[in-house]
Design a protein around this ligand. Structure first.
Ligand code: HEC
Ligand code: HEC
Ligand code: HEC
Ligand code: HEC
Length: 209
């Protein structure tokens, strides 16, 4: 008969295998499944995973009335401090998908401020002590809202060589934004990254170092 610790070890191994088998490319298994945040007091009707971010009708449009991926979440009204690079390029105030991300990750806009959530709204924000709370000072974060390639610099790879990273075109200009490096639905590489950080592969897609 197996001793107790062997049983425990075997059980742990099964658990680990079950955990590993979870498909992290599915949002349901990620930290963006906010139906798991009932412990923080976030209530999402019918456990609708997409609802904090998307809705099928009466979604928000941007300031110009343009569609934005059927967005359902309140948009941040904060002003951000942006990174200025050594070459003197300063990131523009967040727009497009970056503004969507910062509508929770600013730590100032409530996670549960979506749709007509007034019945359930309890003003739950990403906690101040979470690394995921980027705050409004983005000078300690990789620049966003910057042009790619930077107009005045060499040392950047041609975008046709990218296999994971992606550029976001706003007003006809290719830029680096949050979704250049992250896909909010797919956590299979960890941290919702579009490319592995092993060997700094993500960084080397853009930076020719
Ligand atoms: C945490 C917020 C969040 C959640 C939850 C979320 N999305 Fe998204 N989704 C986004 C953002 C941000 C974009 C815009 C991304 C971009 O422009 O690259 C987006 C874009 C999309 C798009 C259009 C672009 C694409 O990637 O295909 C579709 C379709 C989509 N989401 C479907 C879903 C569905 C279905 C669910 C639920 C199963 C879901 N999303 C849950 C944030 C979210
Ligand atoms: C509706 C709110 C909401 C929106 C919008 C949102 N997130 Fe999140 N995100 C969260 C929450 C909540 C967590 C978990 C925070 C924690 O555990 O401290 C999280 C976690 C993360 C993490 C950390 C994952 C980990 O494994 O630790 C990353 C990276 C991330 N989000 C990126 C993004 C990006 C990029 C966007 C925009 C494309 C985005 N998020 C949009 C709510 C949001
Ligand atoms: C140039 C690539 C890049 C851009 C642009 C980028 N991130 Fe990240 N982000 C990363 C990497 C890489 C990590 C993982 C850090 C690590 O593992 O050391 C990360 C981690 C995170 C985390 C987890 C907390 C942490 O500090 O580790 C959050 C939340 C996050 N990013 C959100 C965002 C948001 C929101 C934006 C836009 C304002 C953004 N990211 C822009 C590459 C990027
Ligand atoms: C999608 C392309 C892209 C990816 C991926 C990327 N970068 Fe960048 N990075 C840029 C651009 C564009 C700038 C702004 C350069 C400028 O305008 O001066 C920049 C700026 C920087 C700077 C600041 C330089 C300065 O002058 O202050 C550093 C450091 C940096 N990146 C490191 C990294 C690291 C580390 C990674 C991986 C985690 C990474 N980058 C991923 C495109 C990228």
């Amino acid at each position: 008969m197996l001793s107790n610790w062997r049983l425990t070890a075997a059980f742990t191994a099964v658990l680990a295998a079950t955990t590993m088998a979870q498909d992290m490319s599915k949002i349901v298994n990620t930290s963006h499944n906010m139906t798991n945040l009932d412990v923080w007091g976030v209530v999402i009707p019918e456990d609708r995973i997409c609802l904090p971010c998307h809705v099928s009708h009466n979604a928000r449009t941007d300031d110009n009335g343009q569609a934005m991926v059927l967005w359902n979440h309140a948009i941040t009204d904060q002003t951000f401090e942006m990174y200025t690079t050594a070459a003197g390029n300063q990131g523009r105030q967040p727009e497009g998908s970056s503004k969507m991300c910062l509508s929770c990750h600013d730590g100032a806009t409530a996670i549960d401020d979506f749709g007509g959530n007034t019945d359930f709204f309890s003003n739950v924000k990403i906690p101040a002590d979470s690394l995921s709370n980027l705050g409004t000072d983005l000078r300690d974060d990789h620049p966003i809202g910057v042009e790619y390639p930077p107009p005045d610099l060499t040392g950047y790879n041609d975008k046709s060589t990218f296999t994971g990273a992606k550029l976001i075109t706003i007003n006809g200009v290719d830029r680096v934004e949050c979704t250049s490096c992250h896909d909010p639905h797919d956590d299979s590489l960890g941290m919702f990254l579009r490319q592995t950080m092993a060997g700094s592969a993500l960084c080397l897609e853009c930076h020719n170092k």
